[in-house]
Design a protein around this ligand. Structure first.
Ligand code: GLP
Length: 248
């Protein structure tokens, strides 16, 4: 089962995960090797990225040996679109630290051959040596990445149709629900479970019920986050509100 850490608030949770990432980067630099990070978007990881930028600016943490793979991207949005996850990553992390652009990967959701692009994304993860630490949020539908229900245990990077709840939850970013893309490209459950470590962040009362489901339901495709129970090194970093329905 995943470990649970309930932090005093979201900033404390973000600091703990940022500390783990900094440790990996520094250890990698000493050993002369790259560190492969799986990254998430949405509102939840924003305090994590703020803390990583602070560590870079104030404590000289370098990202020169980081290689990153983002979980997902909205179908049809290229990297210049203000709501694309590529843009989100540029603005919130990549342009604020010293990571080479060529070391950052976001699924290609405008590819002429989407299946080939998904296969190439998976191959790039393998070529990089696999993901050392995957950062995750969780959607109220139980999705991780954009693996909406139903998403089976053995899914890989692919096109998915977004749940209406997810589109409503993201409407504020796009101005209206009708402007939210209807599909996305996401790493699969199997891709995520392939990471050596997983750190899932969830904050606020709106996530309490899905966090409870992720822990109490047997692993099943209708709540894809339940598959994380099969990972041997997964930690949930929660605040008191998102942990409120868990009996710990
Ligand atoms: C988004 C992302 C997920 C994210 C989740 C929760 O739409 N694709 O990777 O974890 O839904 O979002 P938020 O952190 O804004 O609640």
């Amino acid at each position: 089962m995943p470990q649970v850490r309930v932090h005093s608030d979201s900033d404390a949770a973000a600091a703990a995960v940022a500390h783990d990432i900094a440790d990996l980067l520094i250890t990698g630099q000493k050993a002369g090797r790259n560190v492969v990070l799986g990254l998430a978007t949405g509102s939840t990881p924003l305090p994590l990225y703020r803390e990583l930028v602070r560590l870079h600016r104030e404590e000289s943490l370098s990202f020169r040996n980081a290689v990153t793979f983002n979980l997902d991207e909205y179908e049809g949005l290229n990297g210049d679109h203000p709501q694309s996850y590529r843009r989100y990553m540029q603005v919130n992390l990549f342009e604020l630290v010293d990571i080479p652009r060529s070391s950052t990967h976001v699924p290609d959701a405008v590819a002429a051959d989407p299946d080939a692009a998904c296969r190439a994304f998976e191959a790039a993860i393998v070529a990089a040596g696999g993901i050392d630490l995957q950062v995750l949020g969780i959607g109220r539908t139980g999705h991780i990445g954009f693996n909406e229900p139903p998403s089976g245990r053995h899914t890989r990077t692919r096109r998915v149709v977004l749940d209406e709840i997810t589109r409503r939850d993201n409407a504020a970013f796009f101005g209206s629900v009708d402007s939210v893309p209807r599909a996305a490209v996401t790493m699969g459950v199997d891709t995520i479970l392939g990471a050596r470590r997983v750190a899932l962040l969830a904050f606020g009362t709106a996530k309490a019920e899905v966090v409870r489901r992720a822990f109490t339901e047997k692993p099943n495709a209708d709540c894809p986050a339940t598959w994380l129970q099969e990972h041997s090194a997964c930690t949930y970093h929660l605040d008191p509100a998102s942990a409120s329905l868990l009996k710990t």
